[in-house]
Design a protein around this ligand. Structure first.
Ligand code: SF4
Length: 429
């Protein structure tokens, strides 16, 4: 009986050493504050206090929608003209806002002070503020800080910065303890539950998820930790976990039947799950995923897709769409290409794929117009103008807000690309 099974990498050359067009011009992306939208839903006793301007407050409120039944777990402490002009003591004001907030909301166990462009402009030291406030409210509440400012590369970096700021607070485990698996990156609860069931059936573990659903339930980390990234945009978090002694399990990301199988297999290999058991546990999910994906194949096979850089999910998505749906990749743009974390994905992309990193939006728009792809994946700011030029678009941010990982979501993921093409066909009919 063999103990482990190899991860399938049929196109082992792929785009591993492919040239990448690097552009450093004007960018059209949301800022890292956007991550608050999904993170505040995930960590149910955390509060996100943006220290920013009215623009920041509008961004968060319009992206999150209005909550009628529950008190929101995010807010903005507005930096006004007096703060910007140095006429008021922003620290005193911040202390006052935090004290009032915590008195009013005793259920908050973790408070993130989230930096923004304005707080960085006035050089408000939020890490000092966080440790000062922590001293006042610990042990009941932990206060941390990270930056969500638009000076960063793109909006998913907000999650990376948030999780990286939380790593030093994780309890430490030791090498003597049994190996434990940590799944890193915010996943929808339904997806997390599906993965937990599969890990249980594989008999590997203990398994913990990071971020946790409750701030009072932080997973331990140490040299016995093996971690699997569930999202491709967590470079700083991975670095912080590695500094704590944890080992990253190299793998493609769990998108589509193939990506999910390879991702689970990386964990199964690390925990020496017998090949027969792995095959038996994953068989039904693989079959359901393949069947659901194949229902979209007819609509998508041969269609040409162009990715503008936005979510950092572009390379795993391109791999899924080309290999499982037969789509043709015109250009795969990504805000930042982490070659190590994406090595398995790059190896699975078709050879010769046009890859670009960063953005010079006008040049990229010219390339897109010249290529006239069947579908364009881009940010909200580009989607409407491109639609008005007759192109079919998919909002990249929807791919972050929607559960797309795992076997049961593979069909939905394919459908997210099939739907706009269908709509365009119906409009043209
Ligand atoms: S952090 Fe910067 S980019 Fe983001 S909303 Fe505030 S001002 Fe705008």
């Amino acid at each position: 009986m063999s103990a482990v099974v190899p991860i399938r990498l049929e196109n082992s050359a792929g785009c591993t050493n492919a040239p990448v067009l690097k552009e450093r011009g004007q960018r059209e992306v949301f800022c890292g504050l956007t991550g608050i939208i999904w993170l505040h839903r995930k960590i149910q006793d955390a509060f996100f206090l943006v220290v920013g301007s009215r623009t920041c407050a509008h961004l968060i409120q319009s992206a999150a929608g209005v909550m009628i039944f529950a008190e929101p777990r995010f807010a903005t402490a507005i930096i006004d003209e007096r703060d910007l002009a140095g006429l008021a003591d922003a620290n005193t004001e911040l202390d006052r806002v935090v004290t009032r907030l915590l008195e009013r909301r005793p259920e908050i166990k973790l408070l993130f002070l989230v930096g923004s462009c304005p707080s960085e402009v006035i050089k408000l030291d939020l890490s000092r503020a966080a440790s000062r406030l922590s001293g006042q409210v610990a042990p009941g509440v932990r206060v941390l800080n990270y930056s969500g400012s638009g000076i960063e590369t793109t909006f998913t970096q907000g999650e990376d910065a948030c999780l990286a700021s939380l790593v030093p607070s994780l309890p430490r485990s030791s090498i003597e303890q049994a190996p434990a698996l940590l799944v890193v990156g915010a996943l929808a609860d339904v997806v997390e539950d599906q993965f937990q069931r599969l890990f249980d059936q594989l008999g590997l573990g203990p398994v913990r998820f990071f971020p946790p659903r409750h701030a009072t339930d932080l997973p331990p980390v140490g040299p016995n930790t093996r971690f699997l990234l569930a999202q491709p945009f967590l470079a700083d978090t991975a670095r912080a976990l590695e500094a704590a002694g944890a080992q990253r399990l190299a793998s493609p990301f769990p998108l589509g039947e193939e990506g999910t199988t390879a991702w689970l297999q990386a964990a199964a290999n690390a925990f020496e799950v017998p090949a027969e058991r792995f095959a038996a546990v994953t068989a039904a999910g693989r079959e359901r995923a393949a069947a659901a994906v194949s229902r979209q194949r007819q609509a998508l096979a041969g269609k040409r897709i162009f990715f503008f850089p936005d979510s950092q999910l572009e390379i795993p998505l391109a791999r899924f769409l080309s290999r499982e749906l037969g789509m043709q990749l015109v250009e795969v743009g990504t805000p930042y290409l982490h070659r190590q974390h994406l090595a398995e994905e790059l190896a699975m992309l078709p050879e010769g794929t046009f890859l670009s990193e960063g953005q010079d939006v006008d040049k990229q728009l010219d390339r897109c117009r010249d290529a006239h792809p069947d579908i364009v994946v881009c940010g909200l700011g580009l989607a409407n103008p491109l639609e008005s030029e007759g192109m079919t678009t998919k909002w990249a941010i929807e791919l972050v807000f929607t559960p797309i990982q795992g076997y049961e979501q593979a069909g939905d993921l394919a459908e997210l690309f099939g739907r706009p093409l269908n709509r365009r066909l119906r409009l043209a009919a």
